[in-house]
Design a binder for this molecule. Structure first.
Ligand SMILES: N[C@@H](CCC(=O)N[C@@H](CS)C(=O)NCC(=O)O)C(=O)O
Length: 173
């Protein structure tokens, strides 16, 4: 079994099950994407709460797994070649877990690229714009201009996704 003790994150969040994927997260929209994937694939994992109210995401222990101070992040003790692999960015983690579990990513080339296309659309289009709606409509930043624009664009992106879901036979299985 890999020794995770050299990873700083394990000092703040000691693993009870060092043989399982260590998940550093919080139930936000980006956080739950990875939690859902872990549940759906059945890969064994151990969740650790990264608290924003105590700025855990800015701690040296968390920055050692994601220098960009954002959840979610994982540390897989059994990565490629049997070596530990830390990973951040929810899209990269989803691709990694799909590969690891051999689930949700079609083998056939066209379907595979279409699945990646929708993942990129979520990461680059839907996620950031919905995030802006959330932020700009919050009491922290209530400006009619940004909130209105983000809401309109988010509506269009929801429509685009809903249209695909309604008409597609699905590219994942
Ligand atoms: N592109 C990143 C975005 C991650 C992200 O924005 N995470 C937010 C929570 S949803 C976060 O950690 N915010 C903490 C901060 O900015 O201090 C991903 O998909 O993983």
């Amino acid at each position: 079994m890999s020794d995770l003790s050299t990873f700083l994150s394990t000092k703040k969040w000691p693993p009870q099950h060092p043989d399982r994927i260590q998940l550093y997260s919080l139930p936000t929209p980006n956080g739950v994407k990875v939690s859902i994937m872990l549940e759906e694939t059945g890969l064994p994992y151990e969740p650790h709460l990264v608290r924003f109210d105590s700025n855990d995401q800015l701690s040296p222990e968390f920055l050692a797994v994601n220098p960009n101070n954002k959840i979610p992040a994982i540390l897989d003790p059994n990565g490629p070649g049997g070596k530990p692999l830390p990973l951040f960015e929810s899209g990269a983690i989803l691709l990694y877990l799909a590969d690891k579990a051999q689930r949700f990513m079609p083998q056939e080339a066209a379907a595979r690229y279409q699945a990646i296309q929708w993942l990129m659309f979520q990461m680059g289009g839907v996620g950031p714009m919905f995030g802006q709606v959330g932020f700009s409509t919050s009491s922290r930043a209530r400006t009619t201009r940004t909130s209105g624009r983000a809401t309109v664009i988010s509506g269009k992106r929801s429509g685009c996704s809903a249209c695909w879901i309604a008409t597609s036979r699905g590219v994942i299985g």
